[in-house]
Design a protein around this ligand. Structure first.
Ligand code: AMP
Length: 550
């Protein structure tokens, strides 16, 4: 499998605190973070991280201590993330919108003893409850007001409430401002990038039960180096990235935060997604980079054409996490004048595996070439020991420096996700003669329809050919006769009209009889995950309604 040899010196693994230290030295006076106009330089970020790391050491953080971050996109996230790592700890990322049951489950599984969170009532109250029901010992509380005096609107948009919590004055609570006020000498921790785990990143993986992917410092630092080799057009110390992707998600963490830090880019942080706000920020702050998921680009495309906004500063956008519809890519590129490149990744691979090239042909339905140092094997769905020849469809299996060390305290799942040392992705795909990788679908999303494998993505792509369709998702629903049948859910473009019956008629020219959905349901919106992927799980939980196919 060819990898693109962009860089004659292969990247070497470093610890993440070293990644930051290098940029803090090289780009000291450059802005590292811009949060609603409040800026922090690289040197300032380095100092804050060192102080917070010292504070964490004083709280007892040692090599391997698990420290949770339950924070939306704020500068606190970046400072706390690097501080935990510098103190030798392991970051456990928590989604602040999780319910208490999910948070408790993740705290117990990871053995998190300290949690860094916000003083916003809706988030803090969930974490405070954990002091009673889990082994969580301490909460470090960051003040939203201190980071953003005019934060009410942002908080409201995020949590549907701007109410701040009363923080008890006891030994179990530490204010972030006190954490960074500690005065003593920081004791450097000698991290081994290849064996020290940096992050436990929880994922449903292929079986649905949340597991902590152990991502080492080497996994994460090599993934950013691999991305840099793939995108040789960027200038270190000159770029400015708009990060709306949540940093607690692996895509935002690596392709957003860590990558920006490695190249000394300025990070413009937004904690919420609001189309007008994003377009206004782009127009005003002129970022050069915008990583996102397809739904972000689709939403921007729908609004950008009215002439009020200027996206001309953006040079490079990478989309990942879910299929990028071709029409969204082409429309976004023509409206913004920038490159929108589709990539592929998964939590267990830190996450970036492949991306379309900038210096070779862009193949429309492909997720591009594997990053440097990554090898792809396509293995038989019936016998994973068997590697298939080029062009044949099978399970995508991976080797490379970004592949996780395993699942945290879960030898059974770890064993089943590797075959002959290669990571099984649970994705079906193939590689063409030119070395381009194509995704067909996820094994678990396959619809077993009367003995045939139906790939929902084929039907979704067909629906995207219809001019009225904005978003499409297809799931399998139970059927007495065929076991399972496809059912489609769509949203329409603003102002467009179509009926379910018309969409079903349209599909007849694009998909086989076996792939014809039993029904199409038109909704105002489709449920999304924290990062903005369409949530099939939620659709499957309530799949009623829609016109029937005849
Ligand atoms: P997660 O680990 O939650 O980030 O999910 C990773 C999964 O998202 C992969 O295993 C793929 O099934 C899917 N995925 C990622 N990138 C793409 C893409 N470009 N097109 C289609 N599916 C994707």
């Amino acid at each position: 499998m060819p990898a693109i040899p962009h860089d004659p010196d292969p990247p070497t693994p470093v610890s993440l605190p070293n990644l930051l230290a290098r940029s803090a030295a090289r780009f000291a006076n450059r802005p590292a973070v811009d949060f609603f106009g409040r800026k922090l330089t690289y040197a300032g970020l380095g100092r804050q991280v060192e102080r917070a790391a010292l504070g964490l050491q004083k709280l007892g953080v040692r090599r391997g201590t698990r420290v949770g971050l339950c924070l939306p996109n704020t500068p606190y996230f970046i400072i706390a993330y690097f501080a935990v790592l510098k103190a030798g700890g392991i970051v456990v990322n928590f989604n602040p919108l999780y319910v208490e049951r999910e948070i408790a489950q993740q705290i117990r599984d990871s053995g998190t003893t300290i949690m860094v969170t916000l003083d916003v009532k809706k988030v803090y109250s969930k974490i405070a409850a954990m002091l009673e029901v889990t082994d969580l010992e301490r909460i470090v509380v960051c003040s939203m007001r201190a980071s953003l005096p005019f934060a009410k609107g942002v908080l409201f948009a995020l949590f549907k409430s701007a109410e701040l919590a009363e923080i008890p004055k006891d030994a179990r609570h530490v204010r972030f401002s006190d954490l960074v006020a500690a005065r003593a000498t920081f004791e450097p921790v000698d991290l081994d990038p290849t064996s020290d785990v940096a992050v436990l990143q929880y994922t449903g993986g292929t079986t649905g039960v949340p597991k902590g992917a152990m991502l080492t410092h080497a996994n994460l630092s090599m993934n950013v180096a691999q991305i840099a080799c793939h995108v040789p057009i960027l200038t270190p110390g000159r770029e400015r990235a708009l990060l709306i992707l949540p940093l607690f998600h692996v895509f935002g963490m690596t392709a957003g935060m860590n990558f920006c830090i490695s190249i000394g880019a300025e990070i413009i942080l937004l904690p919420t997604f609001d189309v007008h706000q994003v377009l206004s920020v782009v127009t005003k702050k002129r970022p050069t980079l915008l990583p996102g998921v397809p739904s972000l680009f689709a939403a921007l495309t729908a609004r950008v054409g009215d002439g009020k906004y200027d996206l001309s500063s953006i040079n490079y956008c990478i989309s990942g996490g879910a299929p990028l519809p071709l029409d969204v890519r082409l429309r976004f590129e023509s409206l913004s004048g920038c490159k929108l490149v589709e990539g592929y990744g998964l939590t267990e691979a830190s996450p970036v595996v492949s991306a379309n090239p900038l210096d070779a042909e862009y193949k429309n339905t492909s997720v591009g070439f594997p990053l440097i140092g990554t090898s792809v094997e396509i293995r038989s769905l019936d016998d994973p020991k068997k590697i298939l020849p080029l062009g044949e469809k099978g399970e995508i299996c991976l080797r490379g420096p970004q592949i996780m060390a395993g699942y945290w305290r879960n030898a059974k799942e770890t064993e089943s996700v590797f075959v002959d040392g290669a990571l099984r992705t649970g994705d079906v795909g193939y590689v063409d003669e030119g070395g381009y990788l194509y995704l067909v679908d996820r094994i678990k999303d396959l619809i077993l329809c009367g003995g045939f494998n139906v790939y929902p993505r084929v039907i979704e792509e067909a629906l995207h050919q219809h001019p009225a369709v904005a978003e499409a998702a297809v799931i399998g629903v139970p059927d007495a006769y065929r076991g399972q049948v496809p059912k489609a859910f769509v949203t329409l473009r603003p102002g467009a009209e179509a009926t379910p019956e018309a969409l079903l008629r349209f599909l007849r020219d694009y998909v086989s009889r076996m792939e014809m959905p039993k029904s199409v349901e038109i909704r105002q919106s489709l449920p999304k995950t924290a990062i903005g992927k369409i949530s099939r799980k939620e659709l499957a939980a309530a799949p009623q309604g829609g016109a029937q196919a005849h």
